[in-house]
Design a protein around this ligand. Structure first.
Ligand code: HEM
Length: 284
């Protein structure tokens, strides 16, 4: 049983036409296994997280009671993207597992919404947000090394607290970005294969082999998104992560939550006037 489905073109060429659909189940199982193993590990085996003390107690004292984390526009983008992603997943995969409906128009419309929202996100993140906050930096890698050594019981100093995003979130962003770009770039060309409002249908734009590879890449990235979305929703619903999910709804986080895992020297939080400051918690 191969991972691709093949066909013979009118010119006798053996060409891939799309992925084998059992990969949908593989992605579902991988996503669910990940969350089961992670939940068991966290419940029974994981050590308590430990960080080095913040290097600037002065900055710590200036953190406001409510720390702004996501602007209204950033939150709107996140939820529009989430709605379009779920629509794309359900319209693409339900018909493959036996639930038949006229999925193509809903799919390309959701694809267009996702494409426009991602274009906006790239523009917004490049010019308004702190562009580099989502990419791993040298400190993240040094701390990851310390965390790995400590995990194996080897001697290592305590890692620093995180900047705005922990390394794990940055890596997740990188992987979902690559899968997202793959489905978008292939999806835009695949719109030439179906009837849309944007351009006339032209199935002869590419050779059968190129179309086949494009459908394969679209499908592979698409099933990858199944596992990635399961992991993302799982973390969003975990009790200790709920303050992060709440910040994606209301835009801010509690000071105490921020100070547990974030270093104000690495994340330049908006500070409040001294009159509203609260006493600095012990140990920071
Ligand atoms: C999470 C994102 C996405 C997933 C999981 C997904 C999944 C899929 C799958 C499994 C197919 C069937 C492919 C085949 O038969 O081999 C498909 C087809 C298609 N997708 Fe997507 N897709 C996504 C995003 C997009 C985007 C962003 C666009 C447009 C910009 C798009 C446009 C299309 C089009 C036009 C087709 C072709 C329909 C046809 O030829 O009948 N998709 N998609």
């Amino acid at each position: 049983m191969g991972v691709l489905e093949w066909a013979t073109s009118p010119w006798g060429q053996h060409v891939p036409i799309h992925i084998a659909w059992f990969l949908i189940w593989v992605a579902l199982i991988v996503g669910l296994l990940f969350l089961i193993v992670h939940a068991i590990w966290l419940r029974f085996f994981a050590a308590h997280k430990e960080f080095a003390a913040n290097s600037s107690p002065g900055l710590t004292a200036r953190i406001p009671a409510r720390v702004p984390r996501h602007s209204f526009v950033a939150r709107a983008f996140h939820w529009i993207m989430a709605a379009s992603m779920f629509t794309l997943l359900f319209t693409a995969f339900l018909p493959r597992v036996g639930i038949q409906f006229n999925w193509v128009p809903y799919h390309w419309i959701a694809g267009t919404v996702l494409t426009l929202s991602i274009l906006y996100h790239i523009f917004h993140a490049s010019f308004w947000l702190d562009f580099w906050s989502i990419w791993p930096d040298k400190q993240d890698l040094e701390d990851a090394w310390k965390r790995i050594r400590r995990f194996f019981g080897l001697p290592a100093a305590l890692p620093r607290k995180f900047a705005k995003y922990p390394l794990e979130n940055k890596l997740y962003h990188g992987v979902i970005m690559l899968s997202g770009l793959a489905v978008i770039l292939t999806g835009v060309f695949m719109m030439f294969r179906v009837r849309t409002i944007f351009f006339p249908r032209n199935p002869y734009l590419f050779s059968d082999m190129t179309w086949g590879l494009m459908y394969v890449l679209h499908g592979l990235a698409g099933v990858g998104v199944i596992a990635l979305v399961i992991m993302h929703v799982y973390f969003g619903l975990r009790p200790e992560k709920l303050p992060i999910t709440k910040s994606m709804i209301f835009g801010w986080m509690d000071r105490d939550f921020v100070l547990q895992e974030h270093d104000p020297e690495r994340w330049a939080v908006t500070t409040t006037p001294p009159s509203t400051l609260r006493p600095e918690p012990e140990g920071d």
